[in-house]
Design a protein around this ligand. Structure first.
Ligand SMILES: NC(=O)C1=CN([C@@H]2O[C@H](COP(=O)(O)OP(=O)(O)OC[C@H]3O[C@@H](n4cnc5c(N)ncnc54)[C@H](O)[C@@H]3O)[C@@H](O)[C@H]2O)[C@@H](O)CC1
Ligand SMILES: [K+]
Length: 511
């Protein structure tokens, strides 16, 4: 699947003009391809089709679709939502339907006609906004979109449902809810995001005749992470190798209050191929969890009276970190002053890839500039609340569009950020984003994040790049979560069931 941003689509469109393509021809192709896709999905002959067209090129595609559907025997009406087209190509396409038996009305010009028309409409086409849309719908278009969503017939969206930002997936609360979205040439980030499915419905990619050469040099920034992508990147187990060949993860985790986090993250890491996993924690945690982690190396260290790891352990931690191939820090560590100082020292001094989760993220949020002193590659795995602490942006702003803030954070601090949520996105410092496709609401439970952190840490320890460790870890975690939900239900599954499902996920990889 090729995913291109709106900016990249413009580049591809521009490039195609060098290959005897014209903007008008592309619009003709797009509208025709959309009409063909609609005809494949629905019988249009003799049916009433109402097409809402905006002023931009998306509206132009709508005019072409109107002509094609009319030629196919549909009774077509076009509603101009915002007056006359503002691009010459769209204006030309509107002119071409002038000679046909197609009613063209302005929204608001004849409310009675529109009400009657919609009452007899069999299917709707949304050609109001395409990739040019950003921000919020204005009042007029909120009304239009509400009207479309309220008709109760199947809605076909051209390129992207109106009100959805193609690059971020952010959707206006009133955005069009389509049953099918016909995307032109390539998926857009939003149409590829599983979370956008409630707006996009089924997504169909239509070839609009952009020559393959026009895509040259346009490297997709978004990657859909699926089974094949992950299994291609998992570390190979080769004959004649030993445990030292599969990495050593140092897991700095746990405190008297949060022993489970240490157990879950360590177990998940051990289930993910790492040669060695060392749990560095307080003496008490190590003594208590020993029976649950017979395969782990335990590094019992000094503790504070409150049962958290003491800063006195710092030298031992740094020594252990240098013997490792990756370090995971933060799960169940607590948020006291020593825990924070330990995290800061690890960031400043560890030269191995460093995965920071949970309390490690909370520590960073209090002293974010420490990230600028980092010595190694850093992967952060915040959920929405943690992202809010890291960025100091309010939750209400992040919820509809965590990606923009996550990308900006990754860029500013040069870190890989795993944006945990219903459908997790991973953002790397260089603008690239990985869209995950697995997981379910049963993973929204305590302990789940510890499992993911262990997985990502183990993959980093085995030499995967930060973004591969993160994106593969997220997919494996979601897949194991899907198996666990299948067996135990989303209600009853526990984080440890996710770990128990990991062997089946890896066993699916026959390489
Ligand atoms: N890039 C390509 O290769 C092609 C693009 N085509 C179509 O062109 C579309 C993009 O067209 P345009 O760039 O003209 O833009 P749109 O038609 O998506 O949007 C129209 C205009 O709405 C304005 N707008 C954006 N956000 C708004 C808001 N919140 N409130 C009010 N107005 C807002 C923008 O200024 C934009 O110019 C694509 O989605 C696709 O449908 C096709 O015609 C063929 C080829
Ligand atoms: K649209």
């Amino acid at each position: 699947m090729r995913i291109l941003t709106s900016e990249q689509m413009k580049t591809v469109e521009r490039n195609s003009l060098n290959y005897s393509m014209s903007c008008e021809r592309l619009m003709e192709n797009a509208g025709s391809a959309a009409a063909a896709a609609i005809r494949r999905a629905a019988d249009v002959e003799g049916r009433y089709v109402t097409i809402f067209c905006g002023r931009g090129n998306n509206g132009g595609d709508g005019f072409v679709a109107a002509r094609r559907l009319s030629e196919a025997g549909a009774n077509v009406a076009v509603v101009l939502t915002d007056g006359d087209p503002k691009t010459p190509e769209a204006a030309e396409m509107l002119r071409r339907i002038g000679v046909m038996d197609i009613a063209v009305v302005g929204y608001g010009d004849d409310p009675e006609y529109l009400t009657e028309r919609l009452a007899s409409t069999d299917l709707l086409v949304d050609a109001i906004y395409g990739t040019g849309f950003h921000g919020e719908l204005d009042g007029r278009h909120r009304d239009v979109c509400r009207l479309i969503n309220g008709v109760g017939v199947r809605v076909f969206a051209l390129d992207i449902p109106s009100g959805v930002n193609a690059d971020t997936g952010e959707a206006d609360p009133c955005a069009v809810r389509a049953g099918m979205t016909v995307v032109f040439d390539s998926d857009k980030p939003a149409t590829a995001m599983p979370a956008a499915a409630e707006y996009c419905g089924e997504v169909v990619v239509a070839d609009i005749g952009i020559p393959p050469e026009a895509h040259e040099g346009v490297e997709p920034l978004f990657t859909l992470v699926d089974r094949g992508w992950v299994f291609d990147r998992l570390p190979r187990r080769r004959r004649n190798t030993h445990k030292g060949d599969y990495g050593k993860l140092l897991n700095v985790a746990g405190s008297q209050r949060y022993m489970g986090a240490a157990v879950l993250s360590t177990l998940a890491a051990m289930r993910s191929g790492a040669g060695y996993v060392t749990l560095a924690s307080t003496k008490e945690v190590c003594r208590t969890v020993l029976p649950m982690l017979p395969e782990a190396v335990l590094l019992p260290l000094a503790q504070n009276p409150d049962g958290s790891l003491s800063y006195k352990a710092m030298d031992a931690l740094l020594e252990a970190a240098e013997r490792s191939t990756a370090v995971l820090a933060g799960n169940g560590l607590g948020t006291g002053p020593d825990a924070c100082r330990i995290v800061y020292e690890l960031v400043r001094r560890v030269s191995r890839p460093l995965v920071i989760d949970a309390d490690g993220i909370n520590a960073l949020a209090r002293n974010i500039d420490i990230l600028k002193d980092k010595k190694a590659e850093v992967i952060l795995t915040p959920h929405l609340m943690e992202l809010s602490r890291l960025t100091t942006l309010p939750l209400e702003q992040l919820r509809p569009d965590p990606l923009t803030a996550g990308k900006a954070f990754a860029r500013e601090y040069g870190v890989t950020v795993v944006l945990k949520g219903a459908h997790t996105l991973t953002a790397a410092p260089g603008e690239r984003v990985w869209i995950n496709t697995t997981g379910n609401a049963g993973l929204a439970k305590a302990g789940s994040g510890d499992v993911l952190a262990g997985l990502v840490g183990a993959l980093a320890a085995q030499g995967r790049s930060p973004e591969e460790a993160a994106a593969c870890g997220v997919w494996l975690h979601g897949m194991a979560g899907d198996y666990a939900a299948g067996e135990f239900s989303q209600y009853a599954m526990l984080a440890r069931d996710v770990i128990d499902a990991l062997p089946r996920v890896f066993a699916d990889n026959d390489r």
